[in-house]
Ligand binder design. Sequence first.
Ligand SMILES: [Zn+2]
Length: 329
Amino acid sequence: MSEIHKFLFDGLPVRGVLVRLTGAWTEILRRHATAGSAGAYAQPVQDLLGQMVAAATLMQSNIKFNGALLLQVFGDGPVRLAVAEVQSDFGVRATAKVVGQVAPEARLSELVNLNHQGKCAITLDPEDRLPGQQAYQGVVPLSLDGHEKPDTLSAVLEHYMLQSEQLHTTLVLAADARVAAGLLIQRLPLQGEGNLAGRSGAEGADEGDDGHEDYRRVAMLAASLKQEELLGLDADTILRRLFWQEKLLRFEPAVDDPVPHFSCTCSRERVEKMLLGLGEAEVQGILAERGEVEVGCEFCGAHERFDAIDVAQIFKAAVKLPTAGPALH
Ligand SMILES: [Zn+2]
């Protein structure tokens, strides 16, 4: 079963989260393998997407936020786009768009940053977004300043957390065909709520040395975790082996705490809105060419079909909607 384990280090300004996704992750892979014509992901793409799912779950579990957390990689290699989305209730979905061949041993930079144009974005999309309200988004290039191309997603995200959120973070991420897992260790900001949603208090978190040595010690222990250990060992064993000399305070999960599970937020209504956005001429054009409009969901493989009558109804209903602003006549 998929799990989330949160913990603190007694007396130290350090917190941690360990996540293991099993059923939620294998369902993402199964949906992809059976939905399109492309079949299963090449292994390097599967590894990247699984690490993104684990990272997005870690980040969602580490903030107080009601809405979707999206982790996106906009690549300039064979992986053009990879998305992992985690809702507040840990409903998880993910997909990757791949163009062309992926070498069996392709590294991250070869997958998504061939020409140094790759980007990574983290978006917080509130559930009850007011009209006109923007989702919060942070974007970082996949080429780190003054560094070689980073070859791990964890390095990219650690850099992002420090640059954008002023939070010292250590991540270990791993995925195979059965498990997507991650360990996050983060230094608590000295003042205020230093997280993705409440950023203002985090300024100057790395000023002074209070607790920083402690963070560095814990971070080094965390970074010693090997990917195969993260994938193969249970949470209790991992935490005991890494931190046996530290005073770990584990949060006992409540029975009704949500656990990561596959969930897709697509619906026929959303597809109708998308068709409205395309415009009647465009949609009628597709209809004339193919006899029906079929839209597939990249995440879950669901297909929505619209015939001429459906399309007419969508645009007729839209005309009837009350329009804002004064009438012209
Ligand atoms: Zn869907």
